[in-house]
Design a protein around this ligand. Sequence first.
Ligand SMILES: Cc1cc2nc3c(=O)[nH]c(=O)nc-3n(C[C@H](O)[C@H](O)[C@H](O)COP(=O)(O)O)c2cc1C
Length: 317
Amino acid sequence: MELPQLKIDNLTARLPIIQGGMAVRISTGALAGAVAATGAVGVIGASGMAFDELRKEIAIARKLAGGGIVGINIMFAAREFWGIVQTAIQEKIDLIITGAGFSRDIFKVGRDGKTPIVSIVSSARLAETAQRLGAAAIIVEGKEAGGHLGTDRSVWDIFPEVLKAVTLPVIAAGGIVHGADVCKAIKLGASGVQMATRFVLAEECAAAPQYKKKYQEATKDDVVLISSPVGMPGRAIRSAFVDKIVAKKAPRPVGCDFCLKHCSLEYCIIQALINSQKGDVDHGVVFSGENVWKIPDRSIKPAARIVAEIVAEAGAC
Ligand SMILES: Cc1cc2nc3c(=O)[nH]c(=O)nc-3n(C[C@H](O)[C@H](O)[C@H](O)COP(=O)(O)O)c2cc1C
């Protein structure tokens, strides 16, 4: 199948693939820019970044993107949500994707700042609400996704319900790791897909080598659900720290800076994500989608090669 373009508001991506935003500092400007340069959409995971840091990462992405589309992803659960949104709009980001919670007020801010807002949802009801409030597109994320999860249902079950409920472009996310999955989504009526897990093995991904090694070695049984202090479950690869979370023995936060609007204080998720990003995976959380073990070739390679391989796989179906 030849992949169609992806249209969101006044933006047109040559490929219907969005590289999902990954915090903390897993998808930075280097990855987003490299992906955008291929004709797909590159996304900076902005949760946990300082405002000046985000400005720098947007500039890095822009330089690499060669005119390609660059967005940011921000968790609504983050205390600095509005500061990140304003910073991204000031820096003239192409689009803002919001997940891990739902903001009703962001659509007006996006309209005023002439920036399309794309909502990640896990139900037809929330998709309808997002459309009514002014979203430019909907990403339907199923339980197969990495990071924080809004549902225990498969994307393939929720997707047709959302497609029926809205007229906006609908993008499928969660467990899509192969071009054949992209074909399947497009044939079902998706305008595109959002893929994150497959892009962690890109050279440009900012995660430490130890983090990427967890991806390279993960088996099906290594990918587990954990509780997160955000108040939603998360999907991650087993490590010494993840085993402690599962056993309810993770250490309580020390030196909390109240980075989340609501936090159960079960453990510090941001510190755990920072530790693993820097390579201390035994004291950290390595988020991953359910199908990491199905990635066809888990060597580390340039993002452009990953995109070319996905397109070739899709071409063969
Ligand atoms: C390491 C990692 C970090 C993530 N961080 C975020 C995030 O900060 N915000 C968000 O909305 N989604 C986040 N996600 C979810 C992805 O953006 C994406 O929607 C999802 O993982 C798609 O499923 P896949 O990874 O199986 O392709 C993260 C996923 C991973 C794997």
